[in-house]
Design a protein around this ligand. Structure first.
Ligand code: 13P
Length: 249
């Protein structure tokens, strides 16, 4: 069956020294988690944090990777480079990347393919903005995001993808989706995956919730049948807060 996962996304926070301090603290307090644990760090932290967390139950993710394999793309970091740091996951399609850096379905499709080709597991983010939810369009928006970037994958490739449902109106706002809203969307996503890849792959797919998930609301979210964990922003920046979310499993 699918794995439960709690993943942190540090976003553009923490100097290298602060990141090392956080990872060191996490390593000392996260010993026998009841779920998989991942920390997503800025590129420059990856190699150091991956080395530091070796032998611990905590895996490392990049927050992005390039949509080209290599070459003259100044400032970009390829999936192969991410893999060479010891990271095993990469967050792709975060709403902040879509909104602020113009990442289209086609660009994200390239990134997913390069990640997989380089042995990284994508944590692929989907989610609607406030206006789309108010118009009742959330299901079709998320469907288009999945179809636009993921559903060209083979079943074997897709089986390596983790999905994160992050309603944009809930990110960093303190406005968490209710467990009912989240469960409804997760069930919708699993249904779409089942229709495309079959029941077995859909049942094996971990679907995480993200958006103001914290120690207080994590347990009620994770208690739902289709919510397999969380992608955590703000509350992943303090070891104790992040640990409390892990302990919700
Ligand atoms: P917050 O937990 O800060 O709302 O961020 C969620 C998120 O965007 C994780 O990727």
């Amino acid at each position: 069956m699918r794995k439960n996962i709690v993943a942190g996304n540090w976003k553009m926070n923490k100097t290298l020294q602060e990141g090392v301090a956080l990872a060191t603290e996490l390593k000392s307090i996260v010993k026998n988690p009841n779920c998989d644990v991942i920390v997503g760090t800025p590129f420059i932290h990856l190699a150091t944090v991956a080395e530091l967390l070796k032998g611990s139950p905590i895996a490392v993710a990049a927050e992005n990777c390039a949509d080209h394999a290599s070459g003259a793309y100044t400032g970009e970091v390829s999936a192969a480079m991410v893999k060479s740091t010891g990271a095993s996951y990469v967050i792709i399609g975060h709403s902040e990347r879509r909104a602020y850096y113009g990442e289209t379905y086609a660009i994200l499709k390239e990134k997913v393919q390069l990640a997989l080709a380089n042995g990284l597991r994508p944590i692929f983010c989907v989610g609607e903005v406030k206006e789309e939810r108010e118009a009742g369009r959330q299901n079709e928006v998320v469907k288009a995001q999945l179809e636009g970037s993921l559903f060209g994958l083979t079943a074997e490739e897709f089986a390596k993808v983790v999905i994160a449902y992050e309603p944009v109106w809930a990110i960093g706002t303190g406005l968490t989706a209710t467990p009912e809203q989240a469960q409804e969307m997760h069930s919708h996503i699993r249904g779409l995956v089942a229709a495309k890849y079959g029941r077995e792959i859909a049942d094996g797919c971990s679907i995480l919730y993200g958006g103001s998930c914290n120690a207080k609301n994590a347990a009620s979210l994770f208690a739902n049948p289709d919510i397999d964990g969380g992608l955590i922003g703000g509350a992943s920046l303090k070891a104790e807060d992040f640990k409390a979310i892990i302990d919700a499993f």
